[in-house]
Design a protein around this ligand. Sequence first.
Ligand SMILES: Cc1cc2nc3c(=O)[nH]c(=O)nc-3n(C[C@H](O)[C@H](O)[C@H](O)COP(=O)(O)OP(=O)(O)OC[C@H]3O[C@@H](n4cnc5c(N)ncnc54)[C@H](O)[C@@H]3O)c2cc1C
Length: 489
Amino acid sequence: MSESRAATILWLRQDLRLSDHPALNAALNRGGPVIPVFLYAPQEEGDWTAGSASRWWLHQSLDCLQDSLRLLGSRLNIRRGSSLEQLRQLVRQSGAKAVFWSRRYEPQAVKRDSRIKSALREEGIEARSFNGSLLFEPLRIKNSQGNPFQVFTPFWKHCRNLGSPQPLPPPRDLPPPVKWPNSLQLQDLQLEPEFDWAPGLRRAWNPGCKGAEQQLKRFLEESLDSYPDDRDRPGLRGVSRLSPYLHFGEISPRQVWQAVQEREGSLGRLPSDSDGRLRMSSAAEAYLRQLFWREFAFHLLFHFPRTPERPLREKFEKFPWTSDPDGLKAWQKGRTGYPMVDAGMRELWATGWMHNRTRMITASFLVKHLLIHWIEGARWFWDTLVDADLANNTLGWQWTAGCGADAAPYFRIFNPVAQGRRYDPEGAYVRRWVPEIARLPDKYLHQPWEAPAGVLEAAGVKLGTTYPTPIVDHAQARQRALDALKETK
Ligand SMILES: Cc1cc2nc3c(=O)[nH]c(=O)nc-3n(C[C@H](O)[C@H](O)[C@H](O)COP(=O)(O)OP(=O)(O)OC[C@H]3O[C@@H](n4cnc5c(N)ncnc54)[C@H](O)[C@@H]3O)c2cc1C
């Protein structure tokens, strides 16, 4: 086999798609066969190995990828063990001269990948990595002093003016090797649960690239225009629910962004502009802004790699967190007695996903009302979310706890009753996820303990029996949190 025709190994990780795939494109441009590989190496992820819900999603996603590869006459080679050793073996078995992959930005992955890159290069292999999952990579973006951004709005303003990166087209075919190296079966990875707790996830989701496309299409047709008004209303279909697809790379942010632009264009909303900048509707702008929160999260994780475990604002190291196993359990099970908190936690348990508004409300309740360390919440989310993502989860928890970049001030303490009334005014969300109080009138739905005995009885609610009384009193919990905050000063 001549060197220019030797195979390229395409190491797939959180880029489980074939369209807009710079590493795949480079492999095709290099010429010769392409061997797509998925290496399962949970031992290389440090303290953040994929949780149960993520593993379930990963299984479905790899299954879909296998189908897409088959249609192009290709296959997915599946292995487990040390990534470097498996890549070396694959190189030996296939005669490959190159290994290409999309970059990851989590601290453990960054260290591992750079070790692998150096080792392969020393062995004469062309090892190259590409940007497969962000609009703008962290090293490219600096503030006017040449430092990483720590505040979102200037980050967003800076990035917004950098233009919109265009996605790459899908491949027409993928040249196979003469002989495929040996591979495990997907089932051998045992990603799916032994005891099937996932019917709710199956009902809620259609993982894989096709599922991502359908989800995006539905969002653009039905919800984008009302996104600024509805995005904070968990009882409505107001958001795109693309987060797990983006996490696993079944769709790229470039593709999402292009689809939004095309739709704006088709509605005549992108008048050409003398400065070349696109003018878009406020709905499209609001949606793009959220995609940039994801970019900001990766920017922070890459530049401040300690943040998954440690607060970005160091004074929060002194915060007097409490140990409250009963409180933690009540929160996890959605039995705090605060309907909006319980609805969010139950949505998470049933579907592997929670609306952003209730992520903020439930997270705030854990850290401020119960004074439980944000890392306990981050770990529960990590195990139960299908979109569990180290960058976004870390940003979300540190933001809520008030100890991260551009965080909500700690002294701003969400009142779960007021939040419920404001963002679930008709009670659609609470009635769906907390059915045992569904017959309460709107007036009492977010605070059943205020309902007169006759109203409770008529709604079939026995507080403390069919639905819990609040595990903490809001006013007292608020004062306790403010007192605790003084200790960080
Ligand atoms: C405590 C907490 C934990 C979180 N953990 C995660 C997590 O593990 N994984 C995750 O993907 N998101 C996380 N988020 C962010 C956010 O809640 C989800 O990205 C969002 O709810 C996903 O729904 P969507 O796709 O419909 O979002 P849309 O509103 O449709 O937004 C589109 C995309 O923009 C990105 N995005 C939107 N809001 C945010 C945000 N606040 N931060 C970062 N990116 C954002 C997501 O990629 C999202 O898919 C967390 C937020 C909080 C407060």
